[in-house]
Write a protein that binds this ligand. Structure first.
Ligand SMILES: Nc1ncnc2c1ncn2[C@@H]1O[C@H](COP(=O)(O)OP(=O)(O)OP(=O)(O)O)[C@@H](O)[C@H]1O
Ligand SMILES: [Mg+2]
Length: 365
């Protein structure tokens, strides 16, 4: 679809966040931009500590108390019940307003561990009904009926009986289905899934992924999928934002990121992925560890871990270089004056293999 006919749901611009700590300020988010359109999925990927969760918490008005938003905007667009369009900057709204009008109603979140989002002392049924009763003042009988339908939608059988269960009476996979049912209960426009399958075993993971994908298609909602697992990304996302040390360092369509990655950090992430063909054959792990954002250094934050680093990397931060209308990467290697550097040949081979595999699957379908 051409860009201009797409309906933008979320636009994060120049988001910059610092945490106050006893050791000094931690500059966790350093100018993040994210675009999300209706019905599409953006995956936010990056190592632990890169700022994925903090970015999304800022949108939900649930940042920790020691956080300061230094600058930026998070424009969220939706429609009122009468169909009239609205765009609000979530950073300009107070927590109470976001709780009343946005959280759970227009933006819903699914977290990694279902036990942290479920109340152990409350029945499943009550927890699914809660949002509908609060946000829509729905009659109880109607909310009950809707809760039953939601349980069926997320693939839970014996819904009537399950309504009376407490979280501990369900398996991990079932609990995550319940959390998804709660997330869907108020018909959100945007679902944020933060590592929703990492606490589950592999076969259940695949089922939950499929469930999220099918619900999204059915309902036409937009999804932000936070994960460090590129294998998951390939299955769910339309676009990928690669995050490093509080910045998006590469953004592109799923094909651009998987088949034509340009940032050496993305090369590292792709190389570190377990290979489906050859069991657990990782090509390469990124050396070193993410920078300490307590002591920011000039230049490219990835430079100390980049085997292709240039002199300029220590002095100036790279801008986002444009590769296509949808593909950008922030690495000096893309500067016209930079020496020509190719991705590691092992990765090139892997990508060629992934392409062949994808073609085979396409042809089989
Ligand atoms: N309340 C806080 N006080 C101080 N630092 C914080 C706070 N919350 C987050 N941070 C820091 O902000 C950075 C980004 O954290 P964030 O939780 O967004 O990472 P993440 O990408 O979601 O990682 P993970 O994959 O482990 O969930 C980290 O360096 C983290 O230590
Ligand atoms: Mg996180």
């Amino acid at each position: 679809m051409p860009e201009n006919t797409k309906e933008q749901v979320l636009s994060v611009r120049d988001l910059d966040i610092t945490f106050k700590t006893t050791a000094g300020p931690v500059h966790a988010i350093r100018g993040v931009n994210i675009d999300l359109y209706k019905g599409e999925t953006v995956a936010l990927v990056g190592e632990s500590g890169s700022g994925k969760s903090v970015t999304m918490k800022a949108a939900m008005g649930i940042l920790a108390k020691n956080a300061t938003v230094n600058s930026g905007s998070i424009q969220f667009s939706y429609h009122h019940a009468d169909g009239s369009p609205e765009t609000v900057d979530l950073l300009q709204k107070d927590k109470k307003w976001i709780r009343r009008h946005i959280n759970g109603k227009r933006i819903a979140m699914v977290f990694q561990d279902p036990m942290t989002s479920l109340d152990p002392t409350m029945t499943i049924g009550k927890q699914i009904m809660e949002g509908m009763l609060w946000h829509f003042k729905m009659p109880k009988a109607e909310a009950y009926k809707k809760a039953l339908e939601l349980l069926e939608e997320v693939g839970i059988t014996d819904a009537e009986k399950r309504m009376k269960n407490y979280p501990h009476q369900l398996s991990g996979g079932m609990r995550q289905r319940v959390v998804i049912a709660i997330a869907l209960s108020c018909d959100p426009d945007l679902l944020i899934c933060d590592e929703p399958t990492t606490a589950l075993d592999v076969t259940i993971q695949a089922k939950i992924l499929e469930l999220i994908r099918s619900i999204q298609k059915e309902r036409g909602i937009s999804v932000i999928y936070i994960t460090h697992d590129l294998g998951v990304v390939a299955k769910v996302a339309d676009y990928v934002d690669v995050m490093y040390a509080g910045k998006i360092v590469e953004t592109g369509t799923i094909d651009e990121i998987f088949y034509d990655p340009k940032h050496p950090y993305t090369w590292g992430l792709l190389s570190a992925m377990p290979d489906l063909d050859t069991a657990d054959d990782r090509l390469y792990t990124i050396p070193g560890s993410p920078p300490n954002l307590l002591h920011e250094k000039p230049g490219d934050a990835f430079a100390p871990r980049n085997r292709f680093a240039l002199n300029i990397d220590d002095k100036a931060e790279p801008p986002m270089f444009k590769l296509s209308d949808t593909h950008y990467a922030a690495t000096w290697l893309l500067d016209p004056r930079a020496p020509k550097v190719e991705m590691p040949p092992e990765l090139k081979e892997r990508i060629a293999r992934m392409r062949t595999e994808a073609k085979k699957i396409e042809e089989a379908e």
